[in-house]
Design a protein around this ligand. Sequence first.
Ligand SMILES: [Zn+2]
Length: 314
Amino acid sequence: MRALRFHGPGDLRLEDVPRPQAGPGEVLVQVEVALTDGTDLKTFRRGHPRLLDALPSPFGHELCGVDVATGRRVVAANSAPCGACPPCVRGQETLCESLRFLNGAYAELMLVPAAIARVNLHRVPDRLPAHVAAMVEPLACCLHGVEAAGVEPGDAVAIVGAGPIGLMLCACVADAGGVPVVVGGRPERRELAPSFGARAGDGEGADIVIEAAGTEESWADALALVRPGGTAVFFGGRERGAALAVDAYRLHYEELTLRGAFHHAPRHVRAALAFLASGAYPWERLVTHRVRLEDVPGLLADPPRDLLKAAVVP
Ligand SMILES: [Zn+2]
């Protein structure tokens, strides 16, 4: 079968690889559509400290496809917590000590390991299009991020970043009763904010700020915007060793709360699938391009200006 494999930064190749065979508990999925995301772009440029194992590595992790054994359309998240380690037992499943990440959505077939198939593989509701269902993983991350932010009804929530993740966070905040404001981003992306329950603004003095761009500047912006007594959530990952300068005076005398949010737990995956199926927001507007496997390296090397997410059809 054909699959894209990552050989190193900037080096993604379409190759013929052996057709995977499903063992006990595993589910072989024929990929109907995979989606690109910001993590793919970052990983393509510089590799990834957590998501990739040995090179060359399978690539891509957002997908919807057909369970070859049953003919049912399914989605799967890219990991599953073990349920038994100390963080899992504490209910902090995103910190699971055995978390391993599944890659390989940019291929004709993908084998979902038993550990993921058991808890994080779900049948897709009949009328939900594959390219919308495939957003379950990033939306699950956003639901976790908003849960971590502790949004209360009426809270002013600034979201720094207007990419697909920023816009999904807006929808999650709006549904939690918060008042989302998109800060920064390109004008054509800011125009999408109202469709996702938000408005564009400067976000100054927000009760909660959620950083969703993963850059040094956006992290600093998030910290600058939060009001005394407020909470800043750092959602966009940065490389190991990256620093954040914090004004200790503000942290202490303004009683700021700073916290990170990473990944998702099974409850967020289930909730995300239901949220997508609800049709409450125009999720399909986040998918702006449609490409073949052979087009992905070029797309990631030189992303079109109007790219939000691309649907990759094997
Ligand atoms: Zn665990």
